[in-house]
Design a protein around this ligand. Structure first.
Ligand code: AVI
Length: 325
């Protein structure tokens, strides 16, 4: 019997999709893997460590903006909102916003990781008894329905921190922002964190830290594939590389094969040449004007911006002006 058939029969639907995505990525030229698969348990822990690194300025800069300007951001979003957070994780930045929002009706954390979501939702319900907490376990890149709150909301506002939008290609970013526009409707809004263009050494250092945590995070993707899909990547035979592509305004993260090698997964074999790369992530950097143009293509109008003094990072508020339906 074909071993890939036996293997796939024993797989859950999520694993079959994972296997299909990995095989398609490794069959394409150049080879690539979707960055959403970084986040198994270890990958999420490594990402939390990245956020604390000296070189990774993004998290510190965004937290400083939230700490200083959350009341202004809250006033800009307006009273009576249903706040919907995309990729909520531990909702650390959200607490600043919930403290600054005038009379929010409900908070809807949206995350693909159900366990994490329930735990965070429980903690928030305890700490914010006056706000209805309505967790939604979903992939925010696909359509999902907003829950109904006990008290009707005057409008919906999406909070999308972390510069995660930078991990989408510009066309994908427009598509995702269009979903947000459609979901919020006229009168709705978006508060989003954006990593700004800056000196190349500063950007490259953030993705090539001295302690090697980002390298470990990148290589852990292969470990995740080995464990979940029964692949046989030899982690010692690949190394991490992150470079800024100035033309496309993005960091490109790669895993590079140290030698000619063959990897097996799902009953298929994939050949690597010495020095051949797998692109594992794009992290786009924008100017405020560039991002405003991307958002405008999705029906969003820039209303306010908050930027760190050194112009490292921005939090932007957009309004859905007129949504055609
Ligand atoms: C989640 N995302 C915004 C991070 C970034 O900076 O693009 C992921 C990351 N990759 C390497 N370091 C951090």
């Amino acid at each position: 019997m074909n071993p890939s058939v036996t293997m796939q029969q024993g797989f859950s639907r999520a694993r079959r999709v994972f296997l299909r995505d990995v095989i398609a990525g490794l069959r394409s030229t150049p080879k690539q893997l979707p960055c959403k698969y970084f986040y198994d348990r270890r990958g999420s822990e490594l990402f939390d460590r990245i956020c604390l690194l000296d070189e990774y300025y993004l998290t510190r800069a965004e937290l400083a903006l939230m700490d200083q300007f959350a009341p202004e951001m809250g006033a800009q979003i307006g009273a009576g909102a249903m706040l919907v957070e995309y990729g909520s994780g531990s909702s650390v930045k959200t607490r600043y916003l919930l403290d600054g929002l005038p009379d929010p009706v409900a908070y809807v954390p949206v995350d693909i990781s159900g366990d994490h979501l329930q735990q965070t939702a429980g903690e928030l319900a305890r700490d914010y008894p006056r706000i209805e907490i309505l967790p939604v376990c979903a992939d925010f890149t696909k359509d999902f329905a907003l829950p109904r709150s006990r008290q009707p909301a005057s409008h919906a506002a999406v909070y999308f921190p972390g510069s995660t939008i930078g991990n989408f290609l510009p066309g994908e970013a427009v598509a995702l922002l269009r979903r947000i526009t459609r979901m919020c409707g006229t009168g709705g809004g978006l508060l989003i964190g954006i990593d700004l263009k800056k000196s190349i050494p500063t950007i490259e250092a953030a993705y090539n830290d001295r302690l090697g945590v980002t390298a470990e995070f990148n290589l852990n993707l292969l470990r995740h594939i080995n464990r979940e899909l029964g692949a046989d990547f030899d982690l010692d035979q690949f190394f991490h590389q992150a470079r800024y592509n100035a033309e496309l305004g993005r960091v490109e993260m790669h895993l590079i094969s140290r030698r000619a090698q063959t990897v097996t997964l799902g009953g298929e074999t994939v050949e690597f040449e010495p020095g051949e790369t797998i692109c594992t992530e794009h992290s786009h950097k924008y100017t405020v004007d560039e991002f405003a143009a991307v958002a405008s293509a999705a029906g969003l109008t820039l209303r306010r911006e908050w930027t760190t003094e050194k112009r490292e990072f921005a939090v932007l508020h957009f309004a859905v002006l007129q949504h055609a339906g």
